[in-house]
Design a protein around this ligand. Sequence first.
Ligand SMILES: [Zn+2]
Length: 75
Amino acid sequence: MPDNRVVQGRMVTSKKLAELVEGDSVMEAEPIADADRQCPDCGGDVLEVVYMPSVTELVTGHKCQDCDWAEDDRD
Ligand SMILES: [Zn+2]
């Protein structure tokens, strides 16, 4: 399970991570990457995942590994 990471104490796949960012189910997600940044809320490590919430949309999401902070790149 090379693509699994621990987020807030739980093992998640890239798809599950994308769903945490999106707050909904997603169609597909690319492998999890380390974002070169820290969480603005707690200073924890931030993960990055590119995912498709629908066939026409590609979103880059970020999620803190230690707290609830998450964001996507929609305007
Ligand atoms: Zn955090």
